[in-house]
Structures are given as structure tokens and as C-alpha cells.
Design a protein around this ligand. Structure first.
Ligand SMILES: N[C@@H](CCC(=O)N[C@@H](CS)C(=O)NCC(=O)O)C(=O)O
Length: 227
């Protein structure tokens, strides 16, 4: 390694926690540099120069800069994974293609639905989450149930970075659209399986999700009382 890996961080961000989870599974140390999103630190220099998309996380490895949590995780496994870590991002081309597809589902469907509920509450003073947005989350859950119809994980029998990213997105999505045991039994069982497979999963995530839940409720309350 050319030096310490630097990760631009905010604990409350699911994509950041995904990268931290993968790095920890690989036994990598990260130097965390906190970015205060609520104060707009990510929109200004010097961060805006490092990452023109102005989102976290961003990873710096020597003179190499990469952002987008899924791309970061794939890079970390490819570059630093040992023999025992290979299954996290399968080398078999078809399994890898499926893993990429599931990660893009997380980035383009699950995370976007989460962002579309949260941003208007924190940045546009919205007083409630429209039912259409909640319905869209439930549609994404239905698709995920189908992904999990046969195999225990999103790509066959082993945990991959697709499971890590999607499960970490689902936890806060549940604040808006709770999973229903009668409809989402496979997702519920899969979340338990992921948390059992990653010994620090609950510790890494549950407190942060609770904090986000309280922030959302407080922001909604404040927005409802302002004219
Ligand atoms: N698909 C990206 C999403 C990154 C993202 O949107 N991160 C949020 C924090 S959870 C952010 O930086 N938001 C700032 C903004 O939207 O202004 C990833 O997985 O890294």
C-alpha cells in the first residue's frame, strides 16, 4: 500500500458505512476525514475539487482518487483482498456481472428512493413523505424479494459486496417503509443472514440508523410547525 487509505466520512451515510464494512472485512485501516453534509462542507473547496460530484464517500489511495461506494468496494476487494476474500467480489465473470447488476440496483433504485425521501425533509422543509414515494420503496422491496427467491444471498451462496451495500441501504429505508413479515419474509431472513455473517454489522449500523430516525422525526416536526 502506498500510504494510509483516506476515506471522507460521515457515520450517518449508508454508502460510507458500506465502504467501512468492506474495508474492515479486508482488515484495512482507514484514516477517516469527516465531512459535515448538513453544513454543506461537501459543496465547497477543498472537497469539491477532490470529488466534483460532491458526495461522500470518497477514497484516496496514494495519488488515486475514487468515489461511488460500489466502485470503491470493488476496487478495495480487487486490490487488497486475499484468497479468503475473493468471494466478496467474485472473479467468475457471470457471478461478477450479477454482483455488479445487484449493486447498480442498490445505487439506482434503493439508494435513490432513500435519498428522494430524505433530501426534501432536510433541505426543502417538506412536512411529510408523499405516499407515492413510499409505494416506490415497496415496489423495490418486491423486486428484492424476487432476487432472493432461490439463493440465500443476492449472488448465490456467498456474501458479496452487493449484499453489504443493499442491506445497509434497506435499514434506513425501513424508517419510511417498514418491512412486512407476511410480504417480505425473504428480505427479513436475508438481513438476519447478513448480520450473522458480519460480526460487527449491527454495531456498525443500528445506532446510526436510530440516530437518523430521530433526526428525520425531529426535522418533520420542525417543518410542520414552520409556516
Ligand atoms: N451512489 C453514491 C451515493 C453517494 C451519496 O449520495 N451520498 C450522500 C450521503 S449518504 C451525499 O453525499 N449527499 C450529499 C448531497 O446529496 O448533497 C454512493 O454509493 O457512493
Amino acid at each position: 500500500m502506498s500510504g494510509k487509505l483516506i476515506l471522507y466520512n460521515i457515520d450517518l451515510s449508508p454508502p460510507v458505512r458500506t465502504v467501512k464494512t468492506v474495508a474492515k472485512l479486508l482488515g484495512l485501516d482507514l484514516e477517516l476525514r469527516n465531512i459535515n453534509l448538513l453544513e454543506g462542507e461537501h459543496l465547497k473547496e477543498p472537497y469539491a475539487r477532490i470529488n466534483p460530484e460532491r458526495v461522500v464517500p470518497t477514497l484516496i489511495d496514494g495519488d488515486f482518487i475514487i468515489w461511488e461506494s460500489h466502485a470503491i468496494c470493488a476496487y478495495l476487494v480487487d486490490k487488497y483482498g486475499k484468497e479468503k476474500d475473493c468471494a466478496l467480489y467474485p472473479k467468475d465473470l457471470q457471478l461478477r456481472a450479477k454482483c455488479n447488476q445487484r449493486m447498480i440496483f442498490d445505487a439506482a433504485s434503493l439508494f435513490v428512493r432513500l435519498r428522494d425521501c430524505s433530501r426534501p425533509i432536510f433541505f426543502q422543509g417538506h412536512k411529510e413523505v408523499p405516499q407515492e414515494k413510499i409505494d416506490l420503496i415497496y415496489t423495490a422491496y418486491d423486486i428484492l424479494e424476487e432476487f432472493l427467491a432461490i439463493d440465500p444471498f443476492l449472488v448465490g451462496n456467498n456474501l458479496t459486496i452487493a449484499d453489504i451495500s443493499a442491506s445497509i441501504t434497506i435499514l434506513p429505508l425501513e424508517i419510511y417503509a417498514p418491512l412486512k413479515p407476511e410480504k417480505h419474509a425473504k428480505i427479513i431472513a436475508w438481513l438476519k443472514r447478513v448480520s450473522k455473517t458480519i460480526p460487527f454489522f449491527d454495531k456498525m449500523n443500528l445506532k446510526c440508523v436510530e440516530e437518523v430516525r430521530q433526526m428525520i422525526h425531529a426535522a418533520l416536526e420542525k417543518n410542520r410547525h414552520s409556516s
